[in-house]
Design a protein around this ligand. Structure first.
Ligand code: UDX
Ligand code: UDX
Length: 441
């Protein structure tokens, strides 16, 4: 093996693409492979298939310097790489278990093309025990003398902050069972200044699931408290501040609202519950986490109905469709469930999102999409705030204009970004989650 190991990344979704271009930026030669030929075609034109701040610029940079090459050729990716990162999707089966069929196919493909030592690293989030299956699969198809190691190196990047998180992680988890694998992974991350935790593979796999499930639990916890605040006239934002000062708790991930979405938390909570229960542990806590999160949509819709009574033929403006700001990703976004409910009630929906409208249109071709936030408001009976993009933040909105445009000045806020004290004097009715409403009786 050369001094500078070459890297192959299999699966160029959110995680894989970021992994590929960031290793290239660190000076490694990276081949990126995906079965989706449209994706590879776009990448060859130096265009990013997803919106992630800074990603397209970095993609151009590392392709111009010949450090990153996207390819449809799986065989070549395996044969020309010393280290292979598996970043394919791990969707959920109907029973909550993760579907690992793509991981298995990739492992088989690697086995069939093995040409010397390889370090095979799982980056996709997988249940504990998956590395063992990868190892067994490779031995089964490449023979028991095959020269390889399997490792687990989970990612903790947040969409919308993916590049920053990759170059400045809180920690790097390296799950290995050989010195050779450990040294290779430590070399890859040599230039990143972060605590490096070297553990066994099962531990690494559990660290990832446990971290995401814990963060989801924090959100459901504060959402549970939000309901109590709402019924007793307390303010959940101040409760979260008060809790957050305690360093053992921390203020992060205590923002109450419409609940968590995205490609990770919902799936990982279900998968962790599944694997825990399957191993005979009591993971029922996570059932509640999911249940509370699902009920956030009911709470939000309760507010909409409280404000408008019936929705039939009413014009509803929706601000924000992505599951969080700074991404075009709508996987398991709360907006999907809200828009479905609004459609069932016969509302006339006018939606705006800075980046996610193209993806949303594929799911909901029949609602109205507008090109800027104010266009959604003309004659609207209510404004529903679903995603806290910067341009919706109080300092970036002309509320006089909002009021003038709307038929009835009602705002239902799923992210608690506005305040009654500010909106009431301007003549708005305001419905946050777990905080004081201002409502004309
Ligand atoms: C995925 C997992 O869902 C997540 O749990 C894990 O942590 C990382 O991988 P993400 O990158 O967001 O997350 O998934 P996605 O955007 O769906 O990308 C997966 C990519 O793999 C797709 O581009 C798909 O075309 C590709 N793929 C899938 C392959 O290249 N080969 C396959 O056999 C299957
Ligand atoms: C998450 C993890 O943070 C990351 O470490 C992991 O590897 C992938 O999954 P991501 O899904 O990109 O990242 O976004 P994140 O910022 O964690 O938010 C997830 C969801 O929780 C979003 O829908 C967000 O709106 C919601 N959220 C987050 C809250 O409702 N309240 C909060 O306080 C924080």
């Amino acid at each position: 093996m050369k001094d500078n190991p070459s890297i192959g990344v299999i699966g160029l979704g959110y995680v894989g693409l970021v992994t590929a271009v960031t290793f290239a930026k660190l000076g490694f030669r990276v081949l990126g492979n995906d079965i989706d030929s449209n994706k590879i075609d776009l990448l060859k034109q130096k265009k990013s298939p997803i919106y992630e701040p800074g990603l397209e610029e970095l993609l151009k940079e590392v392709m111009d310097s010949n450090l990153f090459e996207p390819t449809e050729d799986f065989q070549r990716t395996v044969r020309e790489s010393d280290i292979l990162f598996i970043c394919v999707g791990t969707p959920t089966n109907p029973d909550g278990s993760p579907n690992l069929v793509y991981i298995e196919e990739v492992a088989r493909g690697i086995a069939e093309n093995l040409n010397g030592y390889k370090l095979i690293v799982e980056k996709s989030t997988v249940p504990v025990g998956t590395a063992r299956w990868i190892e067994r699969t490779i031995k089964l198809y490449a023979g028991k003398d095959a020269d390889f190691d399997v490792a687990s190196n989970p990612e903790f990047l947040r969409e919308g902050n993916a590049l920053h998180d990759t170059f400045n992680p809180d920690r790097i988890v390296i799950g290995v069972e050989s010195e050779r694998a450990k040294n290779l992974l430590l070399k890859l991350y040599e230039k990143i200044d972060a605590p490096k935790l070297v553990v066994d593979i099962n531990t690494a796999e559990i660290i990832k699931h446990a971290s995401n499930a814990f963060l989801a639990m924090k959100i459901s916890f504060i959402n549970m408290v939000a309901d109590l605040c709402e019924r007793t006239g307390a303010d959940v934002k101040l409760v979260a501040d008060g809790m957050g000062y305690d360093r053992r708790i921390g203020r992060a991930f205590l923002n109450a609202g419409i609940g968590y979405g995205g490609s990770c938390f919902p799936k990982d909570v279900r998968a962790f519950h599944y694997i825990g229960t399957k191993n005979g542990a009591d993971f029922s806590l996570l059932e509640k986490v999911e249940q509370i999160n699902n009920s956030r949509i009911d709470r939000f819709m309760d507010h909409v109905k409280e404000a408008l009574w019936y929705l039939r033929n009413k014009k509803i403006a929706v601000w924000g469709l992505s599951f969080k700001p700074n991404t075009d990703d709508i996987r398991e976004a709360p907006s999907i469930k809200v828009v479905r409910r609004l459609m069932e009630e016969g509302a006339d929906i006018h939606a705006y999102d800075p980046k996610a409208m193209d993806n949303f249109r594929k799911l909901f071709p029949d609602i109205n999409y507008v090109d800027n936030k104010y266009d959604a408001l003309k004659d609207a009976h209510a404004l529903l705030l679903i995603t806290e993009w910067d341009e919706f933040m109080p300092g970036n909105v002309d509320f006089e204009k909002v009021k003038e445009l709307m038929r009835t000045p009602i705002i239902v806020d799923g992210r608690n970004i506005y305040d009654c004290e500010f909106l009431e004097p301007l003549g708005f009715e305001y419905y946050p989650m777990g905080r004081k409403k201002c409502k004309r009786e």
